[in-house]
Design a protein around this ligand. Structure first.
Ligand SMILES: Nc1ncnc2c1ncn2[C@@H]1O[C@H](COP(=O)(O)OP(=O)(O)OP(=O)(O)O)[C@@H](O)[C@H]1O
Ligand SMILES: O=c1[nH]cnc2c1ncn2[C@@H]1O[C@H](CO)[C@@H](O)[C@H]1O
Length: 434
């Protein structure tokens, strides 16, 4: 496990360095490995650049993800192919992307639950998927199926916005029998997406997801839910609110999904509302940057060194230097918030925004997993006097998440091809020194 930022104090990693003092604290010399788990509708992104009237002509809604009848998806694909508009076919899926990015950033193992073609031929979508997935993503648990994984036709508009048209194939056929309870219950987090719940009634994906979150909850493993698209949430707002109350520790969403979930358009107020149901909230807001909101016990709160920010919750960032905790672990819980504007004001040129939110979530997961890893390996550390959810403060995590989003925006694919540059390990320094 690579740590999310350089630490200048006594908690410095890597512990593999076998500091003799640290090793006294360790029952064994080999560090206990960590991992995270995720469930996805395994799919490839087939990317094409199109004018807005292409979307209108095919009845697609800009910025969203729609599952189409196979014949309709095929018609779009054929038109793109005939017009030589397809620029790439690359592994996708919101959780697949998040696990891949986590593994690249953390140099750590992640486990993907999903389906995969039983037989793979060179050049097919399944082949592309495997080629573009980090070797640190464990694919040994995939369920073999006869039929294709999903295809997500990713249509990029002139302004960089992306719209998805999905030919689902076998992506929702993942059965509960192909989950691994031991892997889930020993993970630092289980990541799922709201997309999993839009399978057809005769498909097992929803039941599979419910089984996994039940096991995670039972073992105290944080359940992380990314909202997918506002349409899924809008249709069943109360259902989602109850689902979050019952199972979810961390909610990740953009401002549209936040509005659909809470009825509140202002991201900070929406985060405040979601904190009534979950413990930690990541809300990305495109060019506005991103918000993180959580809880800390009064006894562990830390005041910011930055200027206090105005907003719908005045001085909302006052305790942003605190490390977030579960509400139930606080004796006197206080809500804490942070906001960060896009890294370096945003890229000069955005290649496309696809996966920028997934990138931010991967960074947050990295910091959470680093905390679990540190706790397991150095249980006596002062860092773990209280049960925090992350290794770093809310403020530090937001900088990291933002930095990773930036990296996704300036490249072509939602999947990072490499980790962040080493020299930036101290985000604090480079962040302000342009
Ligand atoms: N136009 C932009 N200018 C500057 N930064 C941006 C822009 N769009 C996105 N970002 C950065 O990327 C982060 C995530 O973006 P966004 O809110 O678009 O994610 P998203 O809608 O969840 O994306 P996806 O669902 O494709 O993963 C933002 O918090 C911000 O830091
Ligand atoms: O229905 C879906 N299920 C899972 N992933 C999806 C779905 N629609 C789009 N994406 C994925 O979201 C990523 C960007 O966040 C894209 O890479 C796309 O593959």
């Amino acid at each position: 496990m690579k740590f999310p930022g350089q630490r200048k104090h006594k908690h410095f990693f890597p512990i593999e360095a076998r500091n003799p003092l640290l090793s006294e604290l360790l029952p064994q010399n080999k560090p206990v490995p960590g991992h995270i788990c995720g469930i996805d509708q395994v799919m490839v992104d087939i990317e094409a650049h199109v004018p807005d009237d292409f979307l209108a002509r095919h009845g697609l809604s800009k910025g969203h993800s729609m599952v189409l009848e196979p014949a309709r998806a095929q018609a779009i694909y054929d038109e793109l192919l005939a017009g030589r508009l397809i620029v790439s076919e690359f592994a996708g899926g919101t959780i697949g992307n998040t696990l891949h990015n986590y593994s690249v950033l953390a140099d750590d193992r992640s486990v993907l639950f999903g389906v995969m073609n039983e037989q793979i031929r060179v050049g097919t979508s399944a082949y592309r998927y495997l080629c573009n997935t980090s070797s640190r993503v464990d694919l040994n648990y995939l369920q073999p199926v006869t039929g294709s994984i999903g295809q997500c036709i990713t249509l990029i508009s002139a302004d960089g916005e992306r719209s998805f048209a999905i030919n689902k194939g076998m992506m929702d056929r993942l059965a509960p029998a192909y989950l691994d309870k031991e892997q889930i219950q020993s993970a630092s987090a289980l990541v799922i997406t709201a997309y999993l719940m839009r399978c057809d009634t005769d498909e097992p994906m929803q039941d599979t997801a419910l089984q996994a979150v039940t096991w995670a909850r039972e073992a105290g493993v944080p359940v992380v839910l990314t909202m997918g698209t506002k349409f899924i949430v809008e249709d069943r707002r109360e259902w989602w609110q109850q689902f979050i109350r019952d199972y979810v520790t961390v909610v990740a969403m953009n401002e549209d999904e936040a509005l659909a979930l809470t009825g509140i358009s202002e991201p900070l107020r929406a985060c405040e509302r979601v904190l009534e149901w979950a413990d930690l909230v990541l809300c990305t807001a495109g060019p506005i940057g991103l918000y993180l909101a959580g809880y800390v016990d009064e006894a562990h709160r830390r005041e910011t060194g930055r200027e206090l920010l105005p907003g719908t919750i005045p001085e909302f960032n006052r305790y942003e230097y605190s490390r977030p905790m579960r509400r139930a672990d606080c004796r006197q819980a206080r809500k804490i918030y942070t906001h960060i504007a896009p890294y370096m004001g945003g890229p000069e040129r955005i290649k496309n925004t696809n996966g920028a939110g997934d990138g931010a979530l991967a960074a947050l997961l990295h910091d959470m997993a680093a905390n679990g890893y540190h706790r397991q390996n150095v249980p006596g550390s002062a860092k773990h006097r209280a049960p925090h959810l992350s290794y770093s403060s809310l403020s530090q995590v937001s900088k990291y998440a933002n930095r990773v989003s930036f990296e996704v925006l300036v490249q072509h694919s939602p999947r990072l091809s490499r980790g962040l540059p080493e020299r930036e390990d101290s985000l604090e320094e480079t962040y302000w020194a342009r």
